[in-house]
Design a protein around this ligand. Structure first.
Ligand code: SF4
Length: 697
């Protein structure tokens, strides 16, 4: 960056990538972000990972959308790749007025034929406006976002059993813990700054128990590394809980005071002895017993989990087990204890809190409750909307195929890359009569758009975001959006007005003020406070910085009691067979983010990790006759891709790990759309796959 003191302005904001929510300082020179530094936020204390520090220059990329565009009447078929050199074949640049009129005319008056995908990349205010737009504008709840693809099952289990979808303790609370379980998560790559706190915890003697089918990075710091069979989570966790019951290690006093349904859970666990479950989960019975003893007898214990837990057809059952494990040991509600699903996107917590889900209004208030709907329509000054839960992300795509949904508004999501069995989603997008895409690049989804509205990055807007720790923080514009691109909330308001809604907001602070009227979680957290400091919700008074640990004196459930919900073992949907003998799992890499639309246009990140790749055990590669760096062909019942293979001893010989950021080898061509019945989350983490040397074809 040359002379670091040579910049024109400095703006304090929040990293746009993962749910850790690191505070950053953006240094701007000549209208461009020159470099980024970490500052002293509650979640990062000045630390940043490679994405936060070096991943910013996508905002100045020449591919940025700078003009509204409408699909030409004589455009080639939808779905073909629109590239910088050929976009005029597909779209014509238009004025904002023409684009917004066109977008609104294709949506208004269509009621249930319309659905919306909002974004966890946007601010809380934009998420709130998006769900309001669908509910108030079209009278129903067909609105969702990417939480459906990451932690919907965790949220379902948390709401069901502890009465709230947020974490019960911040990840920084690990400082006060004696033992911590990290399961189905790879924080070293996916929540790197949180991982630094986890490593520090082990340095001061904390016992770390890592559970994952992959030998993830934190194994080097672990007291126990349980590399269990993919899909065997419930068997393993039930065996651990069986031991705690059998050896009388549970906290009867806590159970009596704060929980319900314990006797049913206890009876259920009888069938899951470690000796019986050891083969199924691939972990020796004695190890399962040792882990049970370490966790149950610790003074304070925490459980962290990621999408390795949630992205299964039994994802909700996995989370139910983790909740039960914490409850039976009394490891909730005290310093150093708690349940913490590590949220993926920087604002997936906030977007979920703001009601960007088909079954919940803001603060997880159910749409089926007449009083709740009345409270919202009262504030909105509008008619009631449907009491029926809306459709989820994957259900909306099915409804398009069935002809029930014909128009969509997609803001900052990329289902043409992120949905499971992605060809199904792409075919659905192609079938729509009218698709409005609001984004910063021509994403794979925008290839199907009828109208594209050029939007803003998080570095270019005002608003608030909420991280995995429930910390509400303010984002501020360091630079303006390029060309005619606009802040998303302003586009939303213009579109809403054209769809007949009387929206008069002139600043995100006004939207935030409205949110506080029906969101108790934001009590005592005013915009003015957030301008000065981050606040963790709940905040008990205007001076309270917020509660890092919640539920010390009961739960927001009937009689203040959390619930045990027993879980049974369910086999993965797509089990390996002679034709597809291996197991495919997908995930992220340190350098790349989700569908790659941002990080693959960030010069440093793209230089470090430029090529689509998968990883498998060296013995597997030898068997295939493929050198590390050679090409392999992966085939599932949904499709085939060809991708470069790396050797990784930490992966079981019958597994393949495939990052999902690369359009040229799109992982979701292969993944299974089967969903968890409760959280409706697809089983991204388990597909039967055939692996061959590419040159053998
Ligand atoms: Fe950004 Fe997450 Fe890295 Fe922090 S840990 S810098 S929030 S990507």
């Amino acid at each position: 960056v040359g002379d670091r003191a040579d910049y024109d302005s400095e703006t304090k904001s929040i990293c746009p990538f993962c749910g850790v929510g690191c505070q950053i300082s953006l240094k701007v020179k000549d209208g461009k972000v020159k470099y980024v530094e970490g500052i002293n936020g509650p979640a990062n204390e000045g630390r940043l990972c490679v994405k936060g520090r070096f991943g910013f220059d996508y905002i100045h990329h020449p591919h940025r959308l700078t003009k509204p565009m409408i699909r030409r009447d004589d455009a080639p078929e939808k779905g073909l790749n629109v590239e910088p050199g050929n976009w005029q074949e597909f779209f014509r640049e238009v004025s904002w007025d023409e684009a917004l009129d066109f977008a609104a005319n294709g949506l208004k008056g269509r009621g249930r034929e319309v659905a919306g995908f909002g974004s966890a990349k946007c601010t809380n205010e934009e998420a709130y406006l998006f769900q309001k737009f669908i509910r108030q504008g079209f009278g129903h709840n067909n609105v969702d976002h990417c939480t459906r693809l990451c932690h919907a099952s965790s949220v379902f289990a948390l709401v069901e059993n502890v009465g709230s979808g947020g974490v019960t303790a911040t990840f920084n609370e690990i400082e006060n813990a004696d033992v911590a379980i990290i399961i189905g998560a790879n924080p070293v790559e996916n929540h790197p700054v949180a991982a630094t706190y986890f490593k520090q915890f082990t340095k001061r003697g904390g016992k770390l128990i890592v559970m994952d089918p992959r030998g993830v990075g934190l194994r080097r710091f672990a007291t126990h590394m349980l590399q269990f069979r993919p899909g065997a989570d419930v068997a393993m966790l039930n065996a651990i809980m069986h031991t705690i019951v059998e050896e009388n290690l549970y906290d009867q006093q806590y159970i009596d005071a704060y929980t319900e349904n314990w006797e049913a859970e206890k009876a259920h666990l009888k069938d899951f002895s470690p000796e019986k479950m050891a083969d199924l989960c691939g972990i020796p019975a004695e190890t399962l017993r040792a882990v049970a003893r370490d966790f149950a007898t610790a003074k304070s214990g925490m459980i962290f989990w990621g999408m390795g837990v949630s992205q299964h057809i039994h994802g909700t059952d996995n989370s139910r087990c983790l909740i039960s494990l914490a409850l039976m040991c009394g490891h909730v509600g005290r310093p150093g204890t708690g349940l913490h699903p590590l949220r993926g996107q920087n604002n997936v917590q906030g977007a979920s809190d703001a009601g960007l889900m088909p079954m919940f209004l803001p603060d997880y208030q159910t749409v089926t409750d007449d009083k709740v709907r009345a409270a919202f329509t009262g504030v909105w000054g509008s008619d009631d909307f449907s009491a029926e839960k809306g459709l989820t992300v994957t259900e909306i795509m099915d409804a398009v195929h069935d002809g029930d949904i014909k128009a969509m508004y997609i803001l900052g999501e990329n289902p043409a890359m992120s949905d499971p069995d992605v060809e199904h989603a792409r075919d659905a997008l192609a079938k729509l009569d009218h698709l409005v895409v609001q984004d910063i690049f021509v994403t794979e989804t925008a290839n199907y758009a009828d109208v594209i509205l050029p939007a803003s990055t998080l570095y270019e807007k005002n608003g608030t975001v909420s991280n995995t720790n429930r910390q509400v923080q303010m984002v501020r514009p360091a630079v303006p959006p390029p060309g005619d691109a606009r802040e998303d909330w302003t586009i939303q308001i213009e579109l809403a007005k054209r769809c007949g809604l009387d929206w008069r907001y002139t600043h995100p602070s006004e939207v935030y003020a409205e949110m506080t009227l029906n969101m108790a979680s934001l009590d005592n957290i005013t915009w003015e406070r957030l301008e000065k400091t981050a606040v963790t919700y709940p905040s008990l008074s205007p001076e309270d910085p917020g509660q890092a640990v919640v539920f010390g004196d009961g739960f927001p459930r009937p009689e203040g009691r959390a619930k045990f919900t027993p879980a049974n073992v369910i086999a993965p949907d797509d089990t390996p067979d002679a034709e597809y003998p291996m197991i495919l799992t997908t995930g992220r890499q340190l350098e790349h983010w989700h569908t790659g639309s941002m990080t693959r246009r960030a010069s440093v990140l793209d230089a470090v990790e430029p090529e689509a790749n998968c990883s498998m055990h060296p013995a597997t590669l030898r068997q295939l006759g493929v050198e590390p760096g050679g090409m392999v062909q992966l085939t599932t019942k949904r499709g085939t891709i060809t991708v470069m293979a790396r050797a990784d001893r930490a992966i079981a010989p019958d597994m393949v790990f495939l990052p999902f950021a690369y359009v040229e080898a799109a992982a979701n061509i292969l993944t299974n759309p089967a969903i968890d019945p409760y959280g409706k989350i697809p089983e991204f983490k388990f597909s039967a796959v055939k692996v061959e040397a590419a040159d053998a074809q």
